[in-house]
Design a protein around this ligand. Structure first.
Ligand code: NCD
Ligand code: ZN
Length: 385
């Protein structure tokens, strides 16, 4: 494998903002300083005018494989993700069959290994067939994943949720909770967490009231993480079917305040591709992984939120939560990086999406900040034309 040297680039992560060179060797970040002596086995990239960030980590992606490959499959979903600057994806379990068993998870992990694109972390369902009634064989599934979620479905049975949280504490895994109705279930889950402990991540929060409840819990010292999507901070009051729904202006402002004040840990895309037909028949969801960074950057810039913060929510915090040796541009870390042009403005064009899902209400919308190059373990896996 060739080494890569990115010269004279703005290096930004959650903790720094400097200008320099980055040398990548054997898939890892080898050094960050002004590097002069290089051998012929090194590819040089002129980074002048561009910004290098740790590539993005998505804790919430629907890849639809197996079973709904007319909407997306492991290849199109990962290629779309790479175009969006993502190199690690946590794939939700609402596939067909549901990812609640060893055969299905092995199918996904084997196919992902063959494709050799992103780092795929497959999430296992909490309950069998996402029915909310019987907890899966957690012991068996723990050899494949430490993430469990019934996303797409709410776990309404309080006893089941309580048990799942208690197990997550004893067996050291994470429960990602999908909450609908949002406030009621978030409130319940936080009360249960206080009662039994455990490792909880709250998916896609969208309401002012929820942000307030989360602030209260975090200020009390309760340990958990939560996520917002790019679309819930990008626009309010839109008629487009997605779970949770688009909210009001005051909700969007509360989410942005929550980000500024440090109460929101993660931006998760909830990339939810559908066919044209399924969308017309009422399937909720937005295909957006290719545009997620540009949407978030636009919102952050308009609200004076730093790029360090963006990197924290899109790379560093997810890496910490998932225990990955990445998310910072630092010697010894995985060379999972994304080169962006922060000045470039462009229109989202859904017809150009690599994703099979063209379902996105922001077609023709002007955004800012474009992914130019995505590098995974020292290999260039996406290049903007
Ligand atoms: C999700 C999907 O399509 O899988 N859709 C969505 O609008 N977020 C499932 C869900 O969370 O409802
Ligand atoms: Zn969900």
């Amino acid at each position: 494998m060739k080494n890569i040297l990115i010269k004279n680039v703005n290096i930004v992560d959650a903790k720094k903002n400097i200008c320099g060179d980055v040398l990548i060797k054997d898939g890892k970040i080898y050094s960050i300083k002004n590097i002069e002596n290089i051998d012929e086995n090194t590819k040089i990239i002129d980074g002048k005018g561009f910004t290098l960030l740790p590539s993005f980590i998505d804790m919430h992606t629907h890849l639809r494989d197996p079973g709904y490959t007319q909407k997306e499959d492991l290849e199109t979903g990962q290629k779309a993700a790479l175009k969006g600057g993502y190199t690690t994806l946590c794939a939700m379990a609402n596939t067909d069959p549901v990812c609640d068993n060893k055969e299905t998870i092995e199918y996904v992990l084997n196919k992902a290994k063959e494709l050799d694109l992103c780092n795929i972390i497959q999430i296992c369902a909490v309950t069998k067939n996402l029915e909310g009634k019987e907890i899966v064989n957690i012991d068996e599934m723990l050899s494949y994943t430490k993430l469990f979620s019934d996303d797409g479905k709410t776990i309404f049975d309080e006893d089941i949720m309580k048990k799942a949280l208690a197990f997550s504490k004893d067996l050291d895994f994470k429960v990602l909770t999908h909450c609908q109705p949002e406030f009621k279930i978030v409130d319940r889950d936080l009360s249960l967490l206080e009662e039994v402990g455990g490792n909880l991540h709250i998916c896609h929060i969208s309401l002012k009231k929820t942000v307030e409840r989360i602030k209260e819990a975090k200020n009390k010292g309760l340990k958990f993480t939560c996520e917002v999507t790019p679309h819930h901070i990008f626009k309010s009051d839109i008629e487009y079917k997605v779970n949770p729904s688009f909210r009001k202006k005051e909700d969007v402002s509360a989410l942005i305040e929550g980000i500024k004040e440090g109460y929101i840990d993660v931006i998760g895309t909830d990339h939810a591709p559908h066919t044209k037909e399924d969308k017309e028949n009422g399937s909720p969801g937005i295909s957006l992984i290719e545009a997620a960074f540009s949407m978030v950057y636009k919102v952050f810039e308009e609200n004076n939120i730093s790029l360090n913060k963006l990197s924290q929510l899109m790379s560093y915090n997810p890496a910490q939560i998932l225990n990955l040796n990445e998310g910072l541009i630092q010697e010894g870390y995985e060379a999972n990086l994304v080169l962006v042009d922060l000045q470039e403005e462009y229109k989202i064009e859904t017809k150009k999406f690599i994703s099979k899902g063209k379902n996105n209400p922001f077609d023709e919308e002007l955004v800012k900040g474009k992914v130019k190059l995505t590098i995974k373990n020292g290999k260039i896996l996406h290049k903007d034309q």
